[in-house]
Ligand binder design. Structure first.
Ligand code: CMP
Length: 137
């Protein structure tokens, strides 16, 4: 079944010149870019996007990192896109992520891990509504 998912290409990937590499992997897989924008997250959007993490000890440095420079937000679509994108992205900690995944190939960190991808249909809907309200259904 075709699905939409929200992807953030995080500030570390933008800083390192890896946007094309990351987007290219999604495109070559066959996913369709429905929308894409370069934006710097502000404090309010960070707290909304990461609502489930705001009370966790890793949140303050995560927020500093995510609001510290421009990122690319995109909506991707395709058959089982939510799960497919998470497989391409790999495990949260780049040191543990499998080689061949984006994090496994390019990240050595569990914070600066290059990409965020929605983890369920509910979070995809919520996150697309936050970043691209014009696409909300
Ligand atoms: P993301 O997929 O954007 O969702 C939550 C983010 O929090 C995650 O990627 C990491 O960037 C970060 N994160 C998760 N767990 C930790 C942790 N234990 N320490 C630091 N950052 C973390």
């Amino acid at each position: 079944m075709s699905e939409r998912t929200l992807v953030l290409i995080k500030p570390d990937a933008v800083r390192r010149g890896l946007v094309g590499e990351v987007i290219g992997r999604f495109e070559r897989k066959g996913l369709v870019i429905e929308a894409m924008v370069r934006r710097t997250m502000d404090s309010e959007l960070a707290d909304q996007h990461y609502a489930e993490h705001v009370d966790k000890p890793f949140y303050p440095p995560l927020k500093d990192f995510m609001t510290g420079g421009p990122l690319i937000a995109a909506v991707l679509s395709g058959d089982e896109a939510i799960d497919v994108v998470r497989k391409l992205v790999g495990a949260t900690d780049g040191r543990a992520a499998a080689a061949g995944t984006i994090r496994g190939d390019f990240s050595l960190s569990n914070r600066e891990n290059l990409v965020h991808a929605s983890d369920s249909t509910d979070s995809a809907k919520r996150e697309i509504g936050l970043w691209f309200p014009e696409l909300a259904d």
